[in-house]
Design a binder for this molecule. Sequence first.
Ligand code: ITT
Length: 220
Amino acid sequence: MTSGRIGVVVATQNRGKLAEFRSALGDLPVDLLSVDEVLPEYAGVVEDGATFEENALKKARAVAQSSLMIALADDSGLEVDALGGAPGVRSARYAGERATDAENNALLLRALEDVSDDVRTARFRCALCLLDPWAPGGEAIISVSGTCEGSIARSPRGTGGFGYDPLFIVAGDGRTHAELTDEAKNAISHRGRAAQALRPRLIELIEERARTTERISFAP
Ligand code: ITT
């Protein structure tokens, strides 16, 4: 880490999320470190929260407490209206505990087989939690969120992104998330929007840290 930058460990084992954070926030003086390099033993948390926010807080707390670093966690998923909001917080495990993206997508297509095009509406939601374990007075938590409206295609399209991206048609665009470049997805996606909401708060934190560092006098 170079001086004047802060290190933030990204509390995710999903490489797609990490890449999107690096693209959305990489211009800030922040080193977004992967949890694998900071905590090689980290095996994730039990994601039993009822909301994306609860799960994001749980992930951020686990990683911040183990690493003693500022941690950024993301909990996200797809809500399909015709399925009463499923898969929701279970998006990663929709087709089973260790389901692959292909298995989750196949199950989603089967579940929507008889659902007509006009009622295949859905949205991605993303809750971000940034936790600073060194904040004066205890841990400081920044929570932000983002959504992206769309609908579910009848077959996969595109090769970009990850997860349900090949099935998620962006409202008002017509392309799936997987047909967009990384930059174009970040400009409109649930995660990109949440990252934009986080940006000013993260800048404040960096400036606060810079002021604190100026007050520290190092022995010669
Ligand atoms: P971490 O918990 O380690 O961050 P994860 O992939 O298990 O990784 P979640 O528990 O938040 O993350 O599950 C989110 C799932 O929702 C993810 O596995 C995808 O299936 C789906 N998802 C979330 N954001 C997505 C996106 O931008 N594009 C496509 N699918 C997405």
